[in-house]
Design a protein. Structure first.
Length: 93
């Protein structure tokens, strides 16, 4: 798809997001905003993104109130709370 020019804005990443940050109570709304902003900036998806004022509410309903699809974080008896490993991967990785 890259060679044929079928990827909007080329084949470089538009944004880098972290699932761990997405489900973290203190970082999740900001990570959600990164995703929504990337979609909003794209001509193919921008018209279909909800208003920015609703983003925190959507995050709260899906992640905190668990109204979204089931994930590994919903397994009974498991606590997958955010863990800061302290890893700092270099660009070479």
């Amino acid at each position: 798809h890259c060679a044929k020019g079928e990827i909007s804005h080329g084949c470089a990443p538009v944004e880098v997001v972290s699932v761990d940050r997405l489900v973290d109570p203190s970082r999740g709304p900001a990570e959600t905003a990164k995703i929504a902003t990337a979609l909003l900036s794209d001509s193919k998806t921008g018209d279909h993104v909800i208003a920015q004022q609703a983003w925190p509410c959507i995050w709260e309903e899906l992640v905190e109130h668990k109204k979204g699809p089931k994930s590994i974080y919903d397994r009974p008896g498991k606590d997958y709370g955010y863990v800061d490993t302290g890893y700092n991967f270099s660009v070479e990785m």
